[in-house]
Design a protein around this ligand. Structure first.
Ligand SMILES: Cc1ncc(COP(=O)(O)O)c(C=O)c1O
Length: 369
């Protein structure tokens, strides 16, 4: 199989597997237990917390482990003060959009921040939303479909100056571009383990001590009493290792991805009528989303699957339905054209040979379709 869907999930790194396995077998103690067997596990969680904190340049006490990016996003939005309003960008992942819509149903005012044709939240749009005095704004760092990287530091500065809490979903950005929580100037940030070669079902919310976290789960006093429940120890240890590797290998990895992405884009642009969405914009080094007029993205995905190539049509979470991608619609792409979208997201094991094979096959399929 040629796997081109790393924004959906990544394979587990062998080194991550080696690090986490003992915590599924030998070290099964409960980290809250006071005897030695528990303390060993507790210190492994502490070490993982340091590793995740280092990836985004914060102190370990600013990291809450969660069940993934979805939970982190939900907790972030739940910090919204009673009777106050919020604003989110129009291209957020459903794990931000859905809790925001729930808050709206509960009586909070919700504003969607428009994006331009490239998918950027503009400074004007931020200035506009500030006039509505939201208490919280959520703008993702990088988009899962197009790979667009927002000018987050600038937006955060503008928002902070108006006493607005800013949350950013950095699930897709982490491990692909350098991230400094403090330089970006956000209050809350979500991360996910399985997008950086760690295990699934684990993530983190990074928080600034100025923000009051309202736990979604109440119970034991785990995670500074902010996320009750016995810790998913092996996954947390794996996430920590994945974060350490992502940080150590980031420069090399992103260079490798960019070289592959350029090769891919050069090949794609030889296909008549093909458009790479937001091609000139600042995008993640691994992500390319394109459309071909009058070709159904789902159909093309199936044909590629038959040939052993895994890609996504738009967002992974939206595939299966034939609704056009809300991200592309927000960028002003026509609904029919949006339905032709295919996303390629590259990863560690991909090679130039795979890219060339894909381009050749795509040309044949497009001709047939
Ligand atoms: C941008 C973004 N945010 C959040 C999530 C959800 O993360 P998780 O799968 O860890 O719940 C995803 C996963 O696709 C994502 O791409």
């Amino acid at each position: 199989m040629i796997y081109f869907d790393h924004n959906a999930t990544t394979p587990l790194d062998d080194r991550v597997l080696d690090a986490l396995l003992p915590f599924l077998t030998t070290f099964y103690g409960n980290p809250s237990s006071l005897y030695r067997h528990g303390r060993i596990v507790r210190s492994a969680i502490d070490a993982a917390r340091e590793q995740v904190a280092a990836l985004v340049g914060v102190q370990s006490s600013q990291v809450i482990f969660t069940s993934g990016g979805t939970e982190a996003n939900n907790v972030a939005l739940a910090t919204l003060a009673p009777h106050s309003s919020l604003a989110i960008s129009a291209i957020e992942h459903p794990s931000v959009t859905e809790p925001a819509l729930r808050l709206k149903k509960l009586g909070h005012q919700l504003t969607f921040i428009d994006v331009d044709a490239n998918g950027y939240v503009t400074q004007d749009a931020v200035a506009q939303v500030i006039k509505e005095k939201p208490a919280l704004v959520s703008i993702m760092l990088a988009n899962n479909e197009t790979g667009i990287i927002q000018d987050l530091a600038r937006h955060a500065q503008q928002l902070r100056a108006n006493d607005i809490i800013i949350h950013s979903d950095a699930v897709q950005a982490s491990g692909k571009i350098p991230i400094s929580f403090n330089t970006l100037g956000v209050h809350l940030m979500s991360l996910s383990s399985h997008k950086i070669y760690g295990p699934k079902g684990c993530g983190a919310l990074i928080f600034n001590k100025d923000v009051e976290i309202k736990p979604l789960f109440l119970g034991g006093g785990q995670e500074q009493e902010l996320r009750a429940g016995t810790e998913n120890v092996a996954a947390i240890v794996g996430f920590g290792k994945a974060a350490e590797l992502a940080q150590a290998e980031l420069a090399e990895y992103s260079k490798q991805l960019l070289t592959l992405r350029k090769l891919l884009e050069n090949g794609l642009t030889t296909i008549p009528g093909l458009t790479i969405f937001a091609q000139q914009a600042n995008r993640l080094p691994n992500t390319v989303q394109f459309g071909i007029p009058e070709i159904d993205g789902e159909m093309l995905l199936m044909k590629l699957d038959q040939k052993g190539i895994a890609v996504s049509s738009g967002s992974a979470c939206a595939s299966g339905g034939s609704v056009p991608s809300p991200v592309l619609l927000a960028m002003g792409v026509e609904a029919d054209f949006a339905k032709s979208a295919i996303r390629i997201s590259l990863g560690k094991a991909n090679t130039e040979t795979e890219i060339l094979e894909f381009i050749n096959l795509l040309k044949t399929l497009v001709y047939q379709l």
